[in-house]
Design a protein around this ligand. Structure first.
Ligand code: HEM
Length: 741
């Protein structure tokens, strides 16, 4: 067991050795109940959009500008300007985003909490956040930290002469560390782990290993935002650094041009900090003494700041004009001869030894330095593709400015979901960009009740449509949603487009038949001059199927339905990044199974977390899906009922009543199980995604509620509520702005 290393033995609540330390492989449900209203001082009915609407954004900009240009003695500003510092703050908030699972990013203000507040790469950003406190204090609930972190960087950039593309507010703060994000398996933070190979599956060859980076990670090391500025594992190999840059920026959904624009654009501003030896630096915020009040990295050398500052341990300046938007970074990069040198802390960096000292000292007027670069910067010169782009940008400053503006906008907004979530006066009026998953304007917002009920009858009567395939199709459509970056969902009917139409979990052949049949219903309906979208029909099909199955169980119910969805086109669908929405496993439909690193039931909980489901919602949905025979392939795995297609609690009754009769089916790698009856005959088969509900103590406790003699009616009610919640997860158009969870 991992009992950690805290030397103190706490004997009060929460202290002592806990269940998870005794059984470290126990399925962790904590991710399904984080961000509860108990942690949120604003309560669950807080509406950020209406709180924010009171803000005068022009005044806010003035306030940020005043802070940006007023140096404070406790952390003096380089060049009298915190602008570059605020840009780094914004970038490090947004830059944790990765496209694979949509997690990370600036959207929740997570940098206030561990581990991010204490990542080595975020060194001294505790000061940047503290500098902004007077602004946060002034605006209170009307301005989230999450918005302020990135807006401060955006405003700083404008103040330094960069024409930004626009800005959307609307990031809602969370109040605890997001435990749902896998940040890696290391037990050491950068830079101590110089030989860290954990996330490269043991591979040490950084000239070939970049793409072996463990999924879904987007950084080369624990505690870094992207790559090691010194080069891979501290080795000053510029070309290998470029490989790491391409891989990690690619995982954020950035192409080569966007990547060069971001790095060259960002490093047009500011400088790095490593004036003294790293041995002078105290612990990070989460390990620092209580008297430091949440600040860390206390520097005991000299003044501990300004010209003695230590952040990355590298001491580099990129530009003659570090507080003004200009093409100086690329000019320096492509016009100087850089020689490998060492920072005062002994870290590898590069200096143009034969160049004039013309780059300003941040504090001593009239003192100048020679041009310097990070190994990672030189990757933009030494990688042939990056080199071409860098040259183009150097030769055409306007083009560079435009591309950096677009890439910066994407960086800050990538995890915000539909544009309807953006707030404030600076949302670009231009057409949406492809990464924003554009949708056409709705053709209608309501359907007459009689039309809804006639459509449901027509769907149920259509040849080829049945309870099982209507439920799996509606689920396949809606359950692509992920709260992490709010992509996916039923709106847009993208399940009928590539790549979703080909996702194995959707059973493409069966899906195509369902879509065809639903389109038939749509055509007939529209021939009477009315309108209904395919996206709505897919969801309505699920509702009709559930109502029919409930009726078969003797209950008359109406499944809530919120019309107004629209149909996207293939052109509006970014196939390569939508591919990330493909489920590796979907235990709800009994599709797929675990990997070498994650068990099937862990993937089920991961998906449930992205769907914001609580443990009871997860449980009731599984029971319902099995009753509805909603496996992706129509198989009988986990269908623990003799009357499939009837909305009963049979799954729970039969699971809980099967006394120790389950055994592993040989050759299935413990993925498939069977139970035998007293005569020794195989009665049921089930997957890990089924049996976990009888095995895990908390899931079993919930299953018992639904499997009890008084559980049936609660089961039906709760199933329909959880189902409807998932169907509407992406409906920010009707829910209003709404929070992150
Ligand atoms: C500063 C590395 C990309 C904006 C720094 C520092 C390092 C670094 C080591 C110095 C921190 C310190 O000691 O104070 C990298 C690496 C990148 C990268 C390895 C990717 C390969 C970016 C991007 C942006 C950006 C994409 C913004 C678009 C900045 C700014 C500073 C900075 C403005 C100056 C901060 C200040 O003056 O206090 N970067 N960076 N960087 N970075 Fe980056």
């Amino acid at each position: 067991p991992d009992f950690g290393t805290c030397p103190r033995k706490s004997t009060v609540a929460g202290g002592g050795t806990r269940s998870r330390q005794w059984w470290p492989c126990e399925l962790n449900l904590a991710v399904l109940r984080q961000f509860s209203e108990k942690s949120n001082p604003f309560g669950s009915d807080f509406d950020y959009a209406s709180a924010f609407s009171k803000i005068d954004v022009n005044q806010l900009k003035k306030d940020i500008t005043a802070v940006q240009t007023t140096s404070q003695d406790w952390w003096p500003a380089d060049f009298g300007n915190y602008g570059p510092f605020f840009i780094r703050l914004a970038w490090h908030n947004a830059g944790t985003y990765r496209a694979v699972d949509g997690r990370g990013g600036a959207g929740q203000g997570q940098q206030r909490f561990a581990p991010l507040n204490s990542w080595p790469d975020n060194a001294n950003l505790d000061k940047a956040r503290r500098l902004l406190w007077p602004i946060k204090q002034k605006y209170g609930a009307a301005l989230s930290w999450a918005d302020l972190f990135v807006f401060a960087g955006n405003t700083a950039m404008e103040n330094m002469g960069f024409p930004t593309y626009g800005f959307g507010f609307g990031r809602v703060d969370t109040w605890q560390s997001d435990e749902g994000i896998y940040w890696g398996g290391e037990q050491e933070m950068f830079p101590e782990a110089l030989n860290n190979v954990v996330r490269y599956n043991g591979s040490t060859d950084f000239t070939t290993r970049a793409d072996e980076l463990e999924s879904p990670l987007g950084a080369v090391s624990m505690g870094l935002i992207y790559v090691d500025p010194r080069g891979p594992n501290g080795t000053p190999d510029t070309k290998a650094s470029a490989l790491d840059i391409r891989e990690t920026f690619g995982r954020m959904g950035m192409d080569d041009e966007e990547t060069v624009a971001l790095i060259a654009g960002g490093h047009a501003f500011g400088k790095t900090h490593g004036a003294v030896a790293g041995s002078n630096i105290g612990p990070e915020p989460n390990a620092a003494g209580i008297e430091l009040q949440g600040l860390g990295w206390k520097n005991s050398f000299g003044t501990g700041n300004a010209d003695d500052a230590y952040t990355s341990g590298l001491e580099v300046i990129w530009s003659r004009t570090p507080t003004k938007w200009a093409n100086e970074f690329l000019f320096s990069l492509l016009n100087n001869n850089f020689t490998l040198t060492k920072s005062p802390d002994g870290a590898p960096q590069w200096e143009a030894l034969d160049a004039n000292a013309s780059y300003p000292d941040p504090f001593i007027p009239g003192k100048f330095r020679r041009p310097t670069m990070l190994t990672s910067d030189l990757g933009l010169r030494d990688d042939p593709v990056y080199n071409n782009i860098s040259k183009t940008f150097l030769n055409d400053f306007d083009y560079f400015t435009e591309k950096f503006g677009l890439a910066w906008y994407k960086l800050l907004h990538r995890d915000m979901g539909p544009i309807s979530r953006y707030l404030g006066p600076e949302i670009p009026k231009k057409a949406p960009l492809i990464w924003q998953d554009p949708l056409p304007a709705p053709a209608y917002t309501t359907l007459a009740a009689c039309d809804v009920s006639s459509l449901k009858s027509q769907i149920l009567a259509a040849p080829g449509l049945n309870i099982s395939n209507l439920v799996t199709t509606a689920w396949g459509s809606a359950s692509t949603f992920r709260i992490s970056d709010k992509r996916g969902g039923a709106n847009g009917a993208r399940i009928a487009l590539q790549p979703q139409a080909s996702f194995a979990a959707n059973n493409p052949t069966r899906l195509a038949a369902v879509i065809k049949a639903l389109k038939g219903v749509q055509t007939k309906f529209q021939s009477s001059g009315k309108k209904v979208s395919l996206a709505d029909l897919i969801v309505l099909g699920g509702a009709a199927a559930i109502e029919k199955a409930a009726k078969a169980a003797g209950v008359t119910v109406t499944v809530p339905f919120t019309p107004g969805r629209v149909d996207a086109t293939q052109d509006q669908t970014d196939v390569s990044t939508f591919a990330f929405l493909q489920p590796q496993a979907d235990g709800f439909r009994n599709f797929g199974h675990g990997t070498a690193s994650s068990l099937t039931e862990e993937l089920l909980v991961d998906k449930a977390a992205l769907l914001t489901l609580s443990p009871p919602e997860l449980t009731v949905l599984i029971g319902g899906f099995r009753a509805l025979s909603a496996n992706f392939d129509g198989s009988s795995t986990g269908i623990l009922t003799s009357r499939p297609g009837t909305l009963t609690n049979d799954f729970f009754v039969n699971l809980l009543g099967s006394y120790a009769t389950w055994s592993v089916v040989n050759g299935t790698n413990e993925e498939l199980f069977q139970s035998t009856n007293s005569a020794g005959k195989v009665q049921w088969t089930a997957s890990r995604a089924d049996l976990i509900f009888g095995s895990h103590p908390e899931l079993r406790a919930i299953s018992e509620v639904y499997g009890s003699s008084d559980g049936q009616s609660k089961f039906v009610t709760d199933f329909i509520a959880a189902w409807s919640k998932v169907m509407d997860l992406d409906r920010y158009d009707v829910k209003g702005h709404s929070g992150p969870y």
